[in-house]
Design a protein around this ligand. Sequence first.
Ligand SMILES: *Cc1c(COP(=O)(O)O)cnc(C)c1O
Length: 402
Amino acid sequence: MADPNPVQFGPFESAALADVVASGRLWRGNGTGWGSRHDSAADDSSADRLEDAFAQWIGLPYVHAVNSGTSANEAAVVGLGLEPGDEVICPAACPAFVPFAVLAAGCIPVFADVHPETLLLLPDAVERVASEKTRAVVAVHLWGLPAPMADVLSIARPFGWKVVEDCAQALGTMVADRPVGTFGDACCFSLQQSKHITSGEGGIFATKDPETYTRAVVYSSAGVPHFRFGLPTPRRQPGSVGRGHIGFGHNHRISEMQAAVALAQLSRLDEFNRRRAELVRLLEQELDRRHDAPVRTLKRPSEVSVSYWRYPVLVPAGQGTFKEIPYLEPAFQRMNSQRRTPFGLPLPEYVTYAPGSCPQAERGAAQVRALSVHQSLTDDQLLASLDAMLADLSRLRHVRKP
Ligand SMILES: *Cc1c(COP(=O)(O)O)cnc(C)c1O
């Protein structure tokens, strides 16, 4: 049996946190040149170090750490520089945070249907819901499985649409030896407690484009140009009375405590993902052994190495437990009947959030379940969760019999 007591947080995270508290500096400041008495060019905050380490890890030049994955989604969409009323295509199966970020950016989410087994974006469906106003696509790497980036990019590029990769569930997934997040124009990650690495709450945004980065930073830092990675920071005019809010923004800053814990966790990512891979192997062996169980697994393309967040399986129709079809949420039903976004933007006639509008997503939700393969699980806990799922499926089968 594997390590019976894997710990998610250890002395490493505790020491990182203690260092921050002892330093007396719990926030990262507003960046050099702008009005804060905490500012100092020589200052190297935990947030700075997290961004540098993440840039190194993912191989993208511009990284900005924020206070949640949702904030990172917003930074990514806002960073693209879209206009109010622009349409952004989102998968019909994903957490509501994804289209919420589109709404927050003043844009209109348009849902494209997904593959009924993987629940990943379908390139054909993207083409079907595109309009004159389409400006971007958000691809979500659900469960850790990579969305079909090559197809999505080949649809998007001829029209000049931007592509965001939501990697909140896929930290460490590689396609042909490249980490997901490096294929599109911007990417976002979550550091919420259930994700691969965590600081409780937190998020990371990354891009190769300096303008996308600076727009995202201004939005996430209450309009203050806290630019890093050698980009010039606009200087305050001598005699200016303001703090220097050069644009509109929210305060989505990450705290130094969160950044220090996230940095410690990032250094353990390989260790965590090795354990996740071990749990996936055990789960697949076990499912193989119980091949009479009414559960099917999904095939993985050979060029893909999946860093699973949860492990999805196919179960008989009606016995799935997937809940994340955003347009079925009351929030979207309300928009659908009011024909406007929460910020008052009218919805074009052809945009609908009506139940049934993405039938494969709804069919898929009813036949997909997912098992946690979190690195903190013991082998026994994993097998117990499989047993519990199989018992539940068998109970449902008996209930159905007349
Ligand atoms: C978790 C998650 C988010 C949101 O992250 P938070 O840190 O919870 O705000 C966004 N997208 C996906 C796909 C997620 O799994």
